[in-house]
Design a protein around this ligand. Structure first.
Ligand code: FES
Length: 76
């Protein structure tokens, strides 16, 4: 018997309906850090669930996440 618990894939900011592969080149072209990305696009500024993925995208250049990413950002 094979069990499948489903697949995990995060590729976008759901709240702003914006894919990471569209955000990354814009962020790179402007030299944005996470806070600038949030301020300029609204992504990460709604529910905030995509913020760890946006941070990882900026660090690594990855735009498809098949595993959860820990939230390394400091909280106020
Ligand atoms: S998924 Fe990006 S702010 Fe909600």
């Amino acid at each position: 018997m094979t069990w499948s618990l489903g697949s995990f894939l995060v590729t976008r900011c759901v709240c702003m309906q914006t894919p990471f592969d569209r955000l990354l080149p814009i962020a790179q072209a402007h030299g944005w850090d996470l806070e600038a990305l949030v301020r300029e696009t609204g992504c990460g500024g709604q529910c905030g669930m995509c913020r760890p993925y946006l941070a990882a995208m900026l660090r690594t250049g990855t735009t498809r996440f098949t595993e959860p990413v820990p939230d390394l950002q400091p909280r106020p």
